[in-house]
Write a protein that binds this ligand. Structure first.
Ligand code: HEC
Length: 84
């Protein structure tokens, strides 16, 4: 899922083969973070919202809107919260 959506071309994501991108921040230990992009509290609802529409949170965001469905956003969020 995360592999297919090319997140790994910009992010380092532990456990995803080939996900070693450096354009965006590392997503290691994501579940231990307090904030998402420094502005949102790190909660599942906020993360899903951010993943579906990055530019609605940070207008200068270099992370593209990848037109994720609700289900994709939920699944990706669930995976990121396994990264402690
Ligand atoms: C073209 C590069 C690119 C792609 C593709 C991309 N991102 Fe990002 N992502 C970024 C950048 C750059 C930021 C930092 C944005 C900021 O700080 O304003 C970011 C931020 C994030 C954050 C917040 C990180 C933090 O430290 O709070 C998460 C979570 C995230 N991305 C997940 C994903 C997921 C999941 C995908 C695939 C669906 C994805 N990204 C695809 C570039 C990308």
């Amino acid at each position: 899922m995360i592999a297919r959506e090319a997140c790994g071309s910009c992010h380092l994501i532990p456990g995803i083969e080939g996900a070693d991108g450096m354009a965006g921040p590392s997503l290691a230990h994501f579940a231990s973070r307090q904030m998402i992009v420094g502005v949102l509290a790190n909660s599942p609802g906020n993360l899903e919202h951010y993943l579906k529409s990055p530019a609605s949170i940070v207008t200068t965001n270099a992370m593209p809107d990848q037109h994720l469905t609700d289900e994709q956003a939920r699944n990706i969020a669930a995976y990121l919260y396994t990264l402690r």
